[in-house]
Ligand binder design. Structure first.
Ligand code: SF4
Ligand code: FE
Length: 483
């Protein structure tokens, strides 16, 4: 099949029988559920934009495996230019959805597993890379959504995977059979999992020789027996069930996360990409995290563009847009947002070829990118709230606004400039609320902090990549110190 449309993607999801829990109830599909449909809509945008001629260059690529035109979200990056286009595509999607569009996790896992399996095979004589190429070709040909799954629930953080009181706190192999393996464990905070077709699992930390059963990577369809997803709450989530549009802030797009349990899931041999080679767990983690830290230099910037635009409109609707401090705050927001983009582009432009032939971002610059992402969106959000004012959190409900008595008072007393339709002012208030403290704040703020690794994880890599001896040598050379 060539590129799917958003509609075809949605239809393909309906055919899968998943096990999804939400608010104490079990369902087989996320399609049509008011809490989950916005998440599906965001992914639909990754399909529909790929059919638009003006976005074709960013949204599609030529597969190095099949030679066919594919969606860039399933692509194995073949050049530094591909890495740059990836970031530009993510900024575009952030601008179009103002939400997490979820499909990047799989793309980042794809590229990390592709290069790592090649190097495992070189050293260990295994057949993982061929397995993975076959899986990648299947995904590309069918234009599927793959969710990358890394984060184990981790239990006692002071203990290695194999030393936990409950061995399932890290996902591991519980049975080895001639035809495959059986795995048990869970992956937390899985973005977009209920609306993906496949899950690509990777280890979550570097591992020692005792952790053999935990050094495992594989892919299975999300309707596999034993897979269970429990959807996480987002602040203001139930507003989506109230049959109103204004109060949700963004009435089309959204994201979702779920605890994903692998309760004795069978993985056939040709879907295994790592199985006991503990010394490669760290490489896989570092590469996946590196790619995903690059990703945030695109997606968060696109969402930031929407938030900055909304903030400028809030000022305009209040008649405050000419105040010098407002102008300066908008400049500061833009400066912060574009700094993140600089990092995303820089780590991509400096990408280099791996032994397998795909391209890897500059790890130092990708980690600097993500470290900035842990901070700047919070400052951008603070400035947005500063300019928006208190109405963002005290505006009455859409039902009150539409009430003949209450609504008349609300519209009279919350009027801004006389040229601004009052509904527009309310819409922008709710959008800023959604992005900075509502459902979208999961993606724009908390995920900026903890997604792709919490801040300390980047500082560890920055320290390792800093080449301090080289920097000391530079200083010594300037002042003629000879040891
Ligand atoms: Fe993609 Fe950003 Fe969502 Fe991660 S947070 S899946 S990079 S949109
Ligand atoms: Fe993420």
């Amino acid at each position: 099949m060539a590129l799917m449309t958003g509609k075809e993607y949605e239809e393909s999801l309906k055919k899968m029988k998943m096990r999804i829990f939400l608010f104490g109830e079990e369902m087989e599909t996320a399609v049509g559920n008011p809490i989950l449909q916005p998440s599906i809509n965001s992914i639909k945008a990754t399909y529909d934009l790929a059919h638009m001629p003006e976005y074709e260059d960013l949204m599609t690529a030529t597969s190095n495996i099949t030679g066919e035109k594919i969606n860039r979200f399933t692509h194995i990056h073949q050049s530094a230019e591909d890495l740059v286009k990836k970031v530009k595509m993510q900024r575009l999607l952030g601008q179009k959805t103002a939400a997490c569009f979820q499909r990047c996790v799989g793309m980042d896992a794809f590229n990390a597993v592709y290069s790592t399996t090649y190097e495992v095979d070189q050293k260990c004589g295994t057949n993982y890379h061929e397995n993975f190429r076959k899986f990648a070709a299947y995904v590309q040909e069918n234009d599927l959504v793959v969710d990358g799954a890394m984060t184990d629930t981790k239990g006692d953080r002071s203990l290695a995977p194999s030393k936990q009181a409950d061995p399932d706190l890290y996902l591991h192999v519980v049975e080895r059979r001639p035809d495959g393996i059986v795995v048990r464990g869970a992956k937390a905070h899985q973005t977009g999992i209920v609306n993906s077709h496949e899950v690509l699992v990777m280890p979550t930390v570097a591992m020692g020789p005792d952790d053999k059963d935990y050094a495992v990577s594989f892919a299975v369809p999300l309707d596999s027996e034993g897979l269970v997803m429990v959807v996480g709450r987002q602040s203001c989530d139930t507003r989506k069930t109230e049959n109103t549009t204004l109060d949700v802030g963004n009435d089309v797009y959204g994201g979702m996360e779920a605890l994903t349990v692998f309760d004795n899931v069978f993985v056939p041999n040709d879907r295994i990409f790592l199985n006991g080679e503990t010394e490669f767990a760290g490489m896989l983690v570092e590469r996946f995290a590196g790619y995903h830290r690059q990703s945030y230099g695109g997606c968060k910037v696109g969402v930031g563009d929407v938030l900055i635009g909304a903030t400028a409109l809030a000022a305009e609707y209040n008649g405050a847009e000419k105040a010098s401090h407002i102008k300066d705050k908008l400049i500061e927001m833009t400066h912060l947002n574009e700094t993140l983009y600089c990092c995303g582009i820089a780590c991509s432009s400096e990408g280099t070829e791996t032994a397998s032939g795909n391209y890897l971002i500059d790890l130092m610059l990708a980690n600097v990118c993500k470290q900035n992402v842990t901070r700047f969106p919070y400052e951008i959000a603070r400035l947005a709230q500063d300019i928006a004012g208190g109405l963002m959190v005290t505006l009455p409900s859409e039902k009150d606004i539409n009430h003949p008595v209450a609504g008349a008072y609300i519209k009279k007393y919350f009027a801004g400039t006389s040229t601004t339709p009052i509904e527009n002012r309310f819409k922008i208030m709710r959008l800023i609320e959604n992005l900075t403290m509502g459902t979208a704040a999961v993606g724009y703020l908390t995920e900026s902090l903890h997604g792709a690794g919490s801040p300390q994880a980047q500082r560890v890599v920055i320290s390792r990549q800093s080449n301090m001896p080289g920097k000391k040598a530079l200083a010594k050379a300037i002042v003629h110190i000879e040891d």
